[in-house]
Design a protein around this ligand. Structure first.
Ligand code: UDP
Ligand code: MG
Length: 309
């Protein structure tokens, strides 16, 4: 299999057939075997029924139906597990992405990249989406050092090994280019045409920004400290504990020297608090080290580009 297209859909009844036709058009003009995989992420508008009808008529089509809505990341993960292509595309099922961009993605991959991420330009969404998204992209660029304009574009092309190496869960699909970059894959960006949504509604509201911010912390933490968590938790642990110990030693000396009672001093509370927080930091760090050790067999802490053997 040369190409797979993975498309998560939630209530996209009017869009799936048009998208399928457009995709077949593009792939018939390229040479190579291809498959198109729709993941129905718990639609309740009859999307699956439409997909079932299409399946009867199209041999390149695969359809997975989730029992309920598990989210876009889960849908992409299921699509990745089913995909057999050497090159795997992901795209949204809302007709906002244009399949005619696919040859462009292939050219970019040929330049030696492992992952090519779309950049919706100019973006056809309301200001309430584009403005926060600009800010989001700016913060991600700043904190990760990866210089893309549009991290969360649904339209992307992966070499098979990147797809297999990236483990999607939660809502981490927003950070795929970062996850790939952290493993040393070569990531590029390419401008893609974007169209306004005609049928159906956008599935992501304002909650996405709070969640996105928390996920950024997760991604930054995992990227830097997944395999050495005590390096993160150890220093604040030592700092808090040491500072609390100093305070309490000072108070003890006062007490021994007969400088009055210390039980009524706020400083005592601070000292005790700091020592306890210090122990907490340290224990979390050590527990995380045990977790890293325990999982190091299933999720290797490296990624191999080439083998000469
Ligand atoms: N989607 C999904 N599961 C969800 C939310 C969205 O499979 O829980 C799909 C949706 O059907 C679409 C793609 O993910 O194909 C992108 O969603 P949407 O167009 O609503 O996002 P936006 O373009 O507004 O960011
Ligand atoms: Mg959309």
């Amino acid at each position: 299999m040369d190409f797979s297209v993975v498309i998560p859909v939630l209530n996209e009844r009017e869009n799936v057939a048009k998208l399928l036709v457009a995709l077949i058009d593009v792939f018939e003009s390229l040479s190579g075997e291809y498959e198109i995989i729709f993941i129905d992420d718990g639609s309740i508008d009859g999307t699956f029924e439409v997909l079932t009808e299409l399946y009867e008529r199209c041999s390149q089509l695969k359809v997975l139906q989730f029992r309920r809505n598990f989210g876009k990341s889960a849908a992409l993960a299921a699509g990745f597990a089913a995909a057999q292509g050497e090159i795997v595309f992901t795209m949204d099922g809302d007709l906002q992405d244009d399949p005619a961009e696919i040859p462009g993605f292939l050219e970019k991959l040929d330049q030696g990249y492992d992952l090519v991420s779309g950049w919706k330009y100019p973006r056809q969404d309301p200001l309430t989406k584009t403005l926060p998204s600009k800010f989001f992209n700016f913060v991600v660029r700043l904190t990760t050092g990866v210089r893309l304009h549009d991290f969360n574009c649904g339209f992307k092309a992966y070499r098979r090994e990147v797809m297999q190496d990236i483990h999607l869960y939660g809502a981490l699909h927003r950070y795929v280019p970062i996850l790939a970059h952290q493993k040393g894959y070569r990531v590029a960006e390419m401008q893609v045409a974007h169209r306004p949504r005609v049928f159906g509604k956008s599935k992501f509201g304002a909650a996405r920004f709070m969640r996105g911010a928390l996920d950024l912390l997760t991604v930054l933490f995992l990227g830097e400290y997944r395999w050495r968590p005590l390096h993160l938790f150890g220093w604040p642990g030592i700092g808090c504990f040491g500072f609390g110990l100093l305070i309490n030693c000072y108070l003890t000396i006062l007490w021994v020297a007969g400088q009055g009672p210390i039980g009524n001093r706020p400083l005592l509370i601070l000292g005790v608090l700091l020592m306890m927080v210090g122990v907490q930091f340290f224990s979390i760090g050590l527990l995380a080290e045990m977790f890293a050790l325990a999982t190091s067999k299933d999720t290797v802490p490296y990624s191999i580009r080439r083998r000469l053997e």
